[in-house]
Design a protein around this ligand. Structure first.
Ligand code: ADP
Length: 423
């Protein structure tokens, strides 16, 4: 179309800053004619508000964040809990405490996977950065090479989780407070037992033993409560080290023998010394075995026997606790590991809280093992759980050990779910 000089035109003027003019050397000339024409502006957050999609996203309480391939935040709607650091970069102000962060996860998968998705439950805003605490369930989707490589949705579950959080805070606080005096009582009982060894008369020895067993049991209950509160808030820690099952058992053996003998059960232990070493958190696995033995005692009869055994099974060592007690019908077995579950019969017969097996499962699964129960009503039960043989997970543990140190240095402490170690 021809155009006369001086007449108005609707043609779009050339853009002096276009790369092609730079190459051809026309840039300066065009700038002289058309002025320093601004290239298309990058959309600002206010411009974004104009698009119906962004306006819609800003209306919802679900946070939406998009990261580019460098994990840089390129979009965040108004519900997204982000903050800006001193370099002017936006970052996600969440406290992943016990789990790999989104960045850890992306680091792990981005070289191996084209597409991946991961979910996190109950992730709080970082209290040091965001004052009004909120708790989200988080879903991150990754697709390699796209402009929006990672999309993160943060579903605000504060209404559900915050009241629960307060309860858990109270429970943890109360359990923690109880722990102090219980430890003192147990300490003095140990001293008395030692001091008076061989000097007690009549029923005195038995009374002292019963007192010790009760104090130890109380201590286990409090530990269970504390651990459930920690687990529910994702604060449960397990540190996996090379250990043997017999070594772990040795640290609870005296307590267990005393518990069994004061309740008139025969406790026999068959843990071969030559089993391969396992990857285990010593204290937690002691608690698991202790809980299973406690149950075997509780749900059996005077004079009954309780047997602890261990054997190698593939890449795992399986530890079993068997009793010839009240047992349970098959339909009950599936529910046993749920929180607060207690079978109808045991509710009538024995006092309990229904959290022992729940925490056992949490501990075992965080080691990458599994826990199962076999039972027959009026015949007895066998509870078995597996722990990974150390050699099978060693490399992964050492690799992650470095990650641990880094995270510890960050000051948040390191807690990790080791279920992902296998396979
Ligand atoms: P609690 O013993 O405090 O009730 P647990 O979580 O340890 O809580 O156990 C849950 C339920 O599983 C018990 O209430 C009982 O019904 C059943 N149970 C656990 N161990 C045994 C066992 N060895 N024999 C029979 N029933 C058992």
């Amino acid at each position: 179309m021809s155009h006369k000089i001086g007449e108005l035109t609707t043609d779009t003027p050339p853009r002096p800053n276009d790369k092609r003019y730079e190459k051809t050397g026309f840039k300066t000339a065009l700038q002289a004619i058309y002025g320093d024409y601004q290239p298309e502006k990058k959309p600002t957050s206010t411009d974004n508000l104009k698009t119906p999609l962004v306006q819609g996203l800003n209306q919802t309480s679900t946070g939406v964040i998009i990261l580019d391939k460098n994990q840089k935040i390129i979009f965040a709607n108004s519900a997204a809990p982000i903050s800006r650091n001193s370099n002017g970069e936006d970052f996600l102000a969440l406290d992943f405490i016990n789990e790999p962060t989104i960045s850890d996860w992306l680091h792990e998968i981005s070289n191996e996977k084209i597409k991946a998705e991961r979910r996190w439950r109950r992730i709080s805003t970082n209290p040091d950065i965001i004052q009004n605490s909120r708790i989200f369930d988080v879903v991150a989707s990754f697709e390699k090479g796209t402009v929006a490589e990672t999309v993160i949705f943060l579903i605000d579950k504060s209404d559900n989780y915050l009241p629960e959080e307060e309860d858990l805070n109270f429970i943890s606080f109360a359990a923690h407070e109880l722990r102090g005096p219980i430890t003192v009582i147990r300490g003095y009982l140990d001293i008395i037992t030692e001091e008076f060894a061989g000097r007690l008369q009549g029923d005195e020895q038995q009374l002292l033993e019963r007192l010790t067993v009760s104090a130890n049991r109380l201590s286990s209950y409090v530990d269970n409560i504390l651990n459930v509160a920690r687990f529910d808030r994702h604060h449960l820690k397990v540190y996996l080290l090379e250990d043997t099952v017999s070594n772990i058992y040795a640290s609870i053996s005296d307590d267990m023998q005393l518990r069994a003998s004061t309740q008139h059960r025969l406790l026999s232990v068959n843990i071969p010394e030559d089993l391969p070493t396992v990857a285990a958190d010593h204290g937690s696995i002691g608690e698991v075995i202790g809980n299973l033995i406690d149950n075997a005692i509780k749900y059996s009869f005077e004079g009954g026997s309780v047997t602890v055994s261990a054997e190698k099974k593939g890449d795992f060592v399986e530890i079993s606790v068997a009793d010839n007690g009240i047992g349970m019908p098959a339909n009950v077995v599936n529910n046993l590991f749920h929180k607060f579950y207690r079978s109808h019969r045991s509710r009538e017969a024995v006092a309990g809280t229904g959290i022992g097996l729940y925490i056992c499962k949490a501990f075992v699964e965080s080691h990458g093992g599994s826990i199962t129960a076999r039972s027959r009503e009026n015949e007895g039960s066998v509870f078995s759980f597996t722990l990974p043989i150390y050699a099978t997970v060693k490399d992964k543990l050492l690799e992650d050990g470095q990650l641990n140190n880094q995270l510890i240095r960050k000051g948040g402490g390191w807690i990790k779910n080791h279920a992902m170690y296998k396979g």
